[in-house]
Ligand binder design. Sequence first.
Ligand SMILES: *[C@@H]1O[C@H](CO)[C@@H](O)[C@H](O)[C@H]1NC(C)=O
Ligand SMILES: *[C@@H]1O[C@H](CO)[C@@H](O)[C@H](O)[C@H]1NC(C)=O
Ligand SMILES: *[C@@H]1O[C@H](CO)[C@@H](O)[C@H](O)[C@H]1NC(C)=O
Length: 248
Amino acid sequence: MVSASSLLVAALAALVSAAPPCRPPTTPTLPKTGGSTELPAPAANLTLKKIAIGHGIQNYTCDNTTASSKATGAVAVLYDVTSLYPGQGRGRTSLSQPEWDGLPSAFLRTTPLPLNIAAGSKFGANLTDPFPSPPADLTLRGVVAAKFLGHHVFDIDGVPLFDLTAAAGLKASVNKLDGVDAPGAADKGVLGTGAVQWLRLGDSGKGLSVGLSEVYRVVTAGGNPQACAVAGAGGQSVPYAAYYWFYG
Ligand SMILES: *[C@@H]1O[C@H](CO)[C@@H](O)[C@H](O)[C@H]1NC(C)=O
Ligand SMILES: *[C@@H]1O[C@H](CO)[C@@H](O)[C@H](O)[C@H]1NC(C)=O
Ligand SMILES: *[C@@H]1O[C@H](CO)[C@@H](O)[C@H](O)[C@H]1NC(C)=O
């Protein structure tokens, strides 16, 4: 059993031990849940632009203690992990498959929530000012382990937005196209509530996207809501991490 913190240390070691390319890169392929239904493949004319880890919160609201919680959005920081994908032709610099598969869970478990937490709240982000400024890379022991790639928010109309403008000149305004349950073995998160669904998201048609037209959320860890009887009426924010695969 590989511990979450040793996975992050392996990621760090991979980044600092830059070795010359020694084999052709493996084309990253989207992971599968192994369930009875998988997410459809991206459109054939699209190419993979970036793979990110998103680490943040999923928001929900409960009308009362006997209601079902309703999803109201998410806030997350995105880190570029494209070069850590196994077999990237960078010698030993990318991760092994088990290390890669465990990375979202490792982020969730071993790195602080990269948000400005609202005063008096455990996981809720500051409403007006959710992100630390300036944006920071994830550093471990003083070395950059994953570079800042962007922010994930829901816009004023409740439409998911991935803003990678500053780091990569890319942006995606998307709607949910498909969703499948996370595998039973997925990390249930810091509240033990379960991993959010894997999703395929497609362009929203709002004309906001730049260089991206599909986004996949996969290998989710945590993020499902507590029952309203436990959470109480009102809003709740649940920490999660996941891979986001960006196609354009
Ligand atoms: C949110 O951040 C602003 C400043 O950035 C601060 O004035 C305010 O008190 C914060 N609110 C909470 C609830 O932490
Ligand atoms: C989620 O809730 C946090 C407070 O916990 C808030 O900062 C954020 O704006 C909310 N986002 C959405 C999309 O609901
Ligand atoms: C892919 O094809 C669709 C129509 O089939 C088109 O709308 C879209 O612009 C194409 N995207 C790229 C990146 O070529």
